[in-house]
Design a protein around this ligand. Structure first.
Ligand SMILES: C[S@@+](CC[C@H](N)C(=O)[O-])C[C@H]1O[C@@H](n2cnc3c(N)ncnc32)[C@H](O)[C@@H]1O
Length: 392
């Protein structure tokens, strides 16, 4: 096994054990029996959190307090652990924003999902993966936070390059992390317990500044907040991605979206429901939304009863043909609406997904299709109101 995998596996095992302990007793970060103690959470923050969430706090600061999170922003927490900072971020960005937590440890993800559901937060998504290979698209995040995690990685330059990739231009990084003193001794550096306890792998302040700049981030600032070890301190580290904010994109419904929103309707045959939804949205949006539809197994032709039901309300889709669903169509859409394609629908994190449960018009006459058409119209009008709130 390579060194990076060995280190990861040792780290994963330690945090899996802590995740299992956390619901019953408070756990904390630090090598061996040492304990950094989570700091910086206000009475107000803690007062809104279930005890189980506070118990599972393994950080060395409170990046959510320093990140100046605003309503509607998309936040990503690297190494989200039991979810404390994701849950606090979700409160700060509100229902129009979104908070992602990324962690590699199944036990932590399970704990975090339980904690988020106990906290009643629903603008949250926990993703399984490595911080060296973030499973989110380019330029999809407004703010990256992290709390006592980057020091645990054995490839920190790759982590910071990934941060630069997922941040949108003008986006920012605000993390709490341990920084090493220049003179941290070799014995400490080589001690695996000191590594999993967030000390041995820590960058020095200068190394942090260098790697952030090398990743293409600017406005770099490293501010020590308190000592956590004879050879290390906790710091708040800030940087931003150069570029104007929101180049051609804006946040709606918690997702960073194209200026002209793009919607994809997907069903199996692309002969009935998805064709009706696409035609209705095209008609109602009148050029303000890019609309596509596709099927995982497209039929030869659109259902004639569907063509007739739309013709009755003045929408002509006689020239439409069922189209094959492609990854590219999903990738370029802001919102993907599925209608019964189940596992055949590709899923990309960072998209807004809706699943509309509707009767299937396949093989039905126009009398059966009309109520399905009318229900789709109601849903399309609501979706349009969400996509273009000011114009609706
Ligand atoms: C010290 S805990 C911090 C947890 C959380 N940020 C907090 O403040 O409570 C470190 C977390 O990072 C996760 N982690 C460590 N290395 C990781 C990596 N390379 N990729 C993804 N997650 C990682 C661990 O599973 C653990 O949940």
């Amino acid at each position: 096994m390579s060194e990076i995998h060995d280190v990861r596996e040792t780290v994963r095992r330690r945090y899996a054990d802590l995740a299992v302990m956390a619901p019953a007793q408070a756990v904390c970060c630090g090598p061996g029996d040492a304990c950094f103690g989570s700091t910086g959470y206000s009475e107000d923050d803690l007062g809104h959190l279930p005890q189980a969430v506070a118990n599972a706090s393994l950080g060395c600061g409170n990046p959510t307090a320093m990140a100046a999170l605003a309503e509607g922003e998309v936040v990503l927490d690297l190494g989200s652990g039991g979810g404390i900072d994701v849950i606090l971020s979700a409160r700060r960005v509100g229902p129009t924003g979104r908070a992602y937590g990324l962690d590699m440890t199944d036990e932590m993800l399970e704990l975090a999902r339980r904690n988020a559901s106990e906290a009643g937060a629903d603008n949250i998504e926990f993703l399984k993966g490595h911080i060296e290979d973030i499973p989110l698209p380019d330029a999809s995040v407004d703010v990256v936070i992290s709390n006592c995690v980057i020091n645990l990685s054995s490839d920190k330059s790759q982590v910071l390059r990934e941060v630069a990739r997922v941040l949108r231009p003008g986006g920012r990084l605000t993390v709490s992390d341990v920084v090493a003193d220049e003179d941290m001794d070799e014995a400490t550096r080589q001690d695996m317990e000191q590594w999993t306890g967030c000390v041995a792998g820590a960058l020095t302040q200068d190394e942090y500044r260098y790697l952030l700049a090398a990743a293409g981030l600017s406005d770099v600032d490293v501010e020590v907040t308190h000592r956590v070890h004879p050879h290390a301190a906790s710091a708040i580290i800030r940087a931003s991605k150069p570029g104007p904010a929101n180049q051609g994109q804006q946040t709606r419904g918690g997702t960073l979206m194209n200026e002209v929103p793009e919607v994809l309707f997907v069903c199996v045959h692309n002969a009935g429901r998805s064709q009706m939804a696409a035609a209705l949205l095209t008609h109602l949006a009148d050029g303000r939304v890019v609309v596509r539809s596709a099927g995982s197994a497209p039929a030869e032709a659109v259902n004639p009863a569907v063509v007739q039901a739309l013709d009755e309300i003045g929408i002509d889709i006689r020239k439409e043909m069922p189209k094959l669903l492609t990854d590219e169509a999903v990738r370029s859409s802001d919102v993907v609406v599925t209608m019964g394609c189940g596992d055949a629908c590709p899923v990309y994190p960072g998209k807004r997904y809706l699943d509309w449960k509707l009767d299937d018009p396949a093989g039905q006459g126009v009398e059966a299709v009309r109520p399905i058409r009318d229900e789709i119209k109601v849903r399309v009008e609501k979706l349009l109101g969400e996509l273009l709130p000011a114009d609706a």
